[in-house]
Design a protein. Structure first.
Length: 204
């Protein structure tokens, strides 16, 4: 049932916003160049890898050693605007069509985080990741990693059709209010390096 709802909602959103997405793609091409779409390997259901699609919001500027500069130095004014209204997430509708993710679920994170989770935190992978989720409407990037994972696990244990509807409704409100976009003191979210529990257990 959820897969059916995902395809229906994703189809409606895709065709409604298609003209808008084409304009965004053109603007990114003009100001940031190619590629227009940012592709990154993320962990999906049961930790299986897949490639996540997003509109590009950063430059590819590197230091003298050929390493990418910090996010702060690469995030452009255009990129900040795209992230402020979550417009950069639109290409993930393609991921929904492919079955990689759902509309609602824990956000898909980097593969390198998998060994750092506690047994409790790993429960977030018992469902498909999503474009939006319980953690996104309860703080997004303004809360700690531990709080995010706790909210993700709560969703896994309480998921229902009506909870998904509530999350979708509150997501629209959060987008217009532009709340919790960045972690305090950072332009994005600092990388997860393991919680105190995993570090004590020798996994950090």
């Amino acid at each position: 049932m959820k897969r059916c709802c995902d395809v229906i909602v994703a189809s409606l959103l895709f065709f409604i916003f298609l003209p808008f997405m084409l304009i965004i793609a053109l603007v990114i091409k003009c100001f940031l160049g190619s590629p227009i779409i940012f592709i990154q390997k993320r962990s999906g259901l049961y930790g299986r890898p897949f490639f996540l699609y997003k509109f590009r919001s950063m430059t590819n500027k590197k230091d003298k050693n050929g390493e990418l500069l910090p996010d702060f130095d690469r995030l452009t004014t255009l990129g900040k605007l795209l992230r402020k209204y979550s417009v950069d997430e639109f290409p993930q509708l393609i991921n929904v069509f492919k079955g990689d993710i759902s509309i609602v679920g824990p956000r898909p994170l980097l593969m390198e985080y998998l060994p750092l989770y506690t047994e409790e935190q790993l429960k977030r992978h018992k469902v498909k990741p999503g474009i939006t989720g319980w953690a996104q409407i309860n703080g997004r990037n303004a809360i700690s990693w531990e709080d995010k994972f706790e909210l993700d696990v709560w969703y896994v244990e309480h998921q229902s059709f009506f909870l998904d509807l509530k999350i979708l409704f509150l997501t629209v409100i959060k987008v217009f209010k532009t709340e919790g976009i960045n972690q305090p003191g950072n332009v994005t979210m600092e990388k997860f390096r393991g919680s105190e529990t995993t570090i004590k257990e020798g996994h950090g």
